[in-house]
Ligand binder design. Structure first.
Ligand code: PRX
Length: 635
């Protein structure tokens, strides 16, 4: 299979074809995959009706495309290389044949427990190979996986379990990250005590950290006991192109996190196509290319670019259990050297954190195998971009700054490695099939080349979300109704004279902390659960390492700052997880509100960023003296 564009001219031609005749273009691309029944229509629906379908009527199994189809051509090629937290622990390696067998065993194990097509399986695991097996096993059966990041709390996990009504949960005893053990199984126990979590009939527990766990009779089962006796043969059922593949929860500007739903065929084509073109990994059977994405499978990046994208292409994908700073700040570079990594994909926050450890750290390692560097999750600032380019890529590796979202399924705007001329901090040009537009506040397209506006996408693309789980209205409102006829990303962008895009960050009430998305409302609701806090307003502010930090203004009768911080941190850790703890907390006597009771976040954002000028129109403020007091408090 070769869906790869090899020159910039080929990219330009593909872009035109996909724009002028999407059905013809994507129909041709989809010919490269294994379908047991061909589609009747390549694409149906638009952003007005929101009923989007791709490859309508086709039948397939995505895991046959990830695994079975490669067995003949590259059965003995490494599919997955697993690097453990402890550097002295040997890598685990799985060839395509071996990974296929593990996934078949896992699928049989789940089926033995009664899991069938359409059932939801919650996966709450640390980065162990069994996490990937479980994801693929669900996909093979047609069960819908809902992976919940291991850093989320029992409450957050429970909310996701209830929303998706999961019947089985797969976890491990504990997760190993650096020197810490995350007690995943006890968090699961805690979550399952919550109301409505009784939908979970079985919990499968994989043993990793060997920490003590309590097993509940009749509900909890050991992975190894089931897995060892499961057969490694499994016939993949054929699913409809638009059957759901997975749910992944993500934060928006309002309410609780949304269950983003991706479906089979469109997601498959998009994951494979974007992986092939953006990274340009050589997928050949004897290729030594070693692709490493440092994300966690709990996020969309780990779904599309650790799991599905690389495997669909027959590439070798690496998975890392630990953290960048354990046992020391050279760990990433040590892994690159030891495993001869050729393609390295990480987040700007990691680059900034490692940059702060000094240039001499990466200088100690042989990074000469690297060919392509990637960036994802947040805007990359100039300093980090140049450091990455000079100290890691030695100025010979193109940096692909990939812009996309949980909702988009895969990359939408990015250089294609080696094909597109890069510019620091720019995500550059759209992939074929993507028509990005900038709109003003009234939703009018800004036509000129050089412009700044809100980033929207004009036509459906194969990999986009189809709905919000059990809430199509919310899908319509969040993405398709803000600017009629467009998909609204929630991001702002600047376009330069050559049409290159620079993504400037969220323009809604979403904060991007180290590439993790949180809604301000979500954090405020969590803080509100603490009875000692009367009211709060949360905003993002520029943070040197995290990109954005969380700034909480709180109204409380408590006077002692340390006590207030403890109250808030404890509540956040309980409700969401430690990752959402505020970086700064300011006690205030009141919040700046309009006469109609709306908090003026614009002012709070400015104060948090230490920008004390140009607050704009404040004439609608109920009590302007509050602003003065808050300003004084910060200074
Ligand atoms: O604000 C954008 C930022 O991350 C958001 C999407 O977050 P999430 O759904 O968690 O997915 C992260 C991984 C794809 C976007 O709305 N973002 C992502 N990539 C970039 C980015 N901002 C700037 N440049 C990027 N390359």
């Amino acid at each position: 299979m070769d869906i790869r564009l090899k020159t910039f001219e080929e990219y330009e031609a593909a872009y035109e074809q996909a724009k002028n005749n999407p059905s013809e273009y994507w129909g041709k691309i989809a010919e490269n995959f294994q379908f047991s029944k061909k589609w009747q229509d390549v694409t149906l629906g638009d952003f007005t009706d929101g009923e989007i379908r791709w490859f309508n009527g086709a039948k397939l199994n995505i895991t046959e495309n990830c695994l079975d189809r490669h067995l003949e051509t590259r059965g003995d090629k490494k599919a997955l290389v697993y690097v453990a937290n402890d550097p002295s622990e040997k890598n685990q390696e799985f060839t395509y044949k071996e990974l296929h067998a593990q996934v078949c065993k896992t699928a049989n194990m789940l089926e033995e427990l009664g899991v069938k097509k359409g059932d939801r399986v919650c996966i709450y695991m640390s980065m162990v190979p069994e996490l990937m097996f479980t994801v693929l096993a669900c996909a093979r059966i047609g069960a819908i996986h809902s992976v919940v990041f291991g850093g989320f709390s029992a409450q957050a996990l429970a909310g996701r379990i209830v929303d998706a009504e999961c019947s089985v949960l797969v976890t491990n005893d504990g997760g190993l990250r650096g020197t810490k053990v995350t007690e995943l199984k006890s968090i699961v126990d805690e979550a399952l005590k919550e109301k409505d979590c009784s939908c979970v009939k079985n919990v499968i527990v994989h043993k990793r950290a060997n920490n003590k766990v309590t097993m509940q009779d009749g509900r909890d089962l050991w992975w190894h006991e089931l897995f060892d006796k499961a057969s490694d043969k499994h016939t993949a059922p054929q699913l409809d192109a638009e059957d759901p593949l997975f749910i992944l929860y993500t934060s928006g500007s309002t309410g609780t996190p949304k269950g983003v739903v991706h479906t089979q065929a469109g997601y498959m084509v998009w994951a494979a196509y974007t992986f092939a073109n953006v990274f340009q990994v050589d997928p050949g059977e004897s290729s030594k290319d070693m692709y490493w994405c440092t994300a966690d499978i709990g996020w969309i990046t780990g779904h599309t670019y650790i799991t599905y994208g690389p495997l669909l292409n027959g590439a070798t994908t690496m998975m890392f259990e630990g953290v960048p700073t354990y046992p020391d700040a050279g760990r990433f570079w040590d892994i690159v050297e030891k495993n001869k990594v050729t393609h390295f994909y990480t987040a700007p926050t990691a680059v900034r954190a490692l940059m702060a450890c000094g240039d001499d750290v990466p200088a100690k390692y042989d990074l000469s195998t690297l060919k392509v560097l990637g960036s994802v999750g947040e805007p990359i600032n100039a300093e980090a971009w140049h450091w990455y380019n000079e100290h890691i890529g030695k100025k010979k590796c193109p940096i692909v700054d990939t812009w996309w979202q949980t909702e988009t399924g895969g990359i939408l705007i990015s250089p294609l490695a080696g094909l597109t001329k890069t510019k620091p901090c720019k995500a550059t040009l759209p992939l074929p099939g993507i028509i990005p537009v900038l709109v003003d506040d009234d939703g009018r397209e800004i036509g000129e080349t050089m412009a700044e506006g809100k980033l929207c996408i004009k036509h459906p693309w194969p990999g986009m979300l189809r709905t919000v789980y059990k809430n199509h209205e919310r899908f319509m409102n969040a993405y398709l109704r803000t600017y009629k006829g467009y998909y609204f990303s929630g991001d702002g962008a600047k376009r330069d004279i050559e049409g290159y895009m620079r993504i400037t960050g969220r323009v809604d009430d979403v904060i991007n902390v180290s590439g993790h998305r949180f809604g301000t409302a979500e954090i405020e609701n969590a803080i509100g659960k603490n009875t000692a806090i009367a009211e709060s307003a949360v905003v993002g502010y520029p943070h040197d390492v995290k990109g954005e930090g969380i700034y909480a203004y709180v109204v409380t009768d408590l006077k002692d700052e340390a006590e207030v911080t403890k109250h808030i941190n404890d509540t956040i850790i309980k409700e969401i997880g430690a990752v959402a703890r505020p970086d700064k907390i300011q006690i205030v006597s009141g919040l700046p509100k309009t006469r109609s009771g709306k908090i003026m976040r614009r002012i709070l954002r400015k104060i948090a960023a230490h920008d004390f000028n140009n607050f704009g129109d404040t004439s609608t403020l109920l009590d302007p003296s509050v602003v003065e007091e808050i300003k004084e408090g910060v200074k």
